[in-house]
Design a protein around this ligand. Structure first.
Ligand code: AP5
Ligand code: MG
Length: 195
C-alpha cells in the first residue's frame, strides 16, 4: 500500500484532512501529536517526560518520536498504508521514516500551504474548545517559530526527491480534500500500472 504525509504548519489542517483521507482510502491514520497527547493523558513514563515540552510548543526529541513511530509501524506491518500527520518534523525523522518503510512505498508529501495570519486565526478559534494547552497565544507563536526553523526545511528534502505536492490550504475543507483525493487516485493508478 502507498504511504502519504500530510505536511504543514500548526493549524494548517493536517489532522482534518488526514482523518478524512484515512477513512476514504482505508489508510492507517498516524498522528504523532495525538499519540504523544495520549501518552501525556495516561501519565506513562514517556508522557511525563514530554508533557512540559508539548505545553511549551517545542519538539519532543527525535529519539522518543522515532521509537514510537518504529513500534507503531511494526505493529501494523510496513505494508499497511499509512497517512502521517505531524511526522516527520526534522531531517532525522524524515530519514528514519525512509529507512523503516519499503523502498517502493516511500511516502509522497502533500504540503498544505496556509498564511501565518490564517494559522493564528484558526488556532485561536480552536483554543476555545480544543482543551489543548498548547492552543494559547504565546505557545502558538512558539509552535510557528519552531515549525519555520526546524520543520519547514524538510520541504526542500522532499522536493529534491520529487516527492512534494503543493496544496492550497486556504480553500474550504472539502475543496482541499478534493485536491488531495485527485492526486492520491492518480498515484494509486500509476502504482497499479507499474506493479
Ligand atoms: P501536533 O498535534 O502535530 O500539532 P500541530 O502540528 O501544532 O498542528 P495542529 O494539530 O494544531 O493543527 P493541524 O495542522 O492538525 O490542523 P487541524 O486539522 O487541527 O503536535 C503537537 C505537539 O506535539 C508539537 O508541538 C510537539 O510538541 C509534539 N509533536 C508532535 N509530533 C511531533 C514530532 N513528529 N516530533 C516532535 N514533536 C512532536 O485544524 C486546525 C483548526 O483549523 C481546527 O479548528 C480545524 O477545524 C480548522 N480548519 C481545518 N481546516 C480548515 C480550513 N480549510 N478552513 C478553515 N478552518 C480549518
Ligand atoms: Mg493536528
Amino acid at each position: 500500500m502507498p504511504n502519504f504525509i500530510i505536511f504543514g504548519a500548526p493549524g494548517a489542517g493536517k489532522g482534518t484532512q488526514a482523518q478524512k483521507l484515512a477513512e476514504a482510502f482505508n489508510l492507517t491514520n498516524f498522528s504523532t501529536g495525538a499519540m504523544l497527547r495520549e501518552e501525556v493523558n495516561s501519565q506513562s513514563l514517556i508522557g511525563q517526560e514530554v508533557k512540559h515540552i508539548i505545553s511549551q510548543g517545542d519538539l519532543v526529541s527525535d529519539n522518543i518520536v522515532n521509537q514510537i513511530v518504529k513500534d507503531k509501524i511494526k505493529e501494523n506491518g510496513t505494508n499497511a498504508g499509512f497517512i502521517f500527520d505531524g511526522y516527520p518534523r526534522t531531517l532525522s525523522q524524515a530519514e528514519n521514516l525512509d529507512t523503516i518503510l519499503d523502498n517502493n512505498d516511500l511516502p509522497m508529501v502533500f504540503n498544505l500551504e496556509v498564511s501565518q495570519e490564517e494559522l493564528v486565526k484558526r488556532l485561536l478559534l480552536r483554543s476555545k474548545e480544543s482543551g489543548r494547552n498548547d492552543d494559547e497565544e504565546k505557545v502558538i507563536q512558539n509552535r510557528l517559530i519552531v515549525y519555520n526553523q526546524q520543520t519547514k526545511p524538510l520541504l526542500d528534502f522532499y522536493k529534491a526527491k520529487n516527492r512534494l505536492i503543493e496544496i492550497n490550504g486556504e480553500d474550504t475543507v472539502e475543496n482541499i480534500y478534493l485536491q488531495i483525493e485527485k492526486q492520491i487516485k492518480l498515484i494509486m493508478q500509476n502504482k497499479e500500472k507499474t506493479a
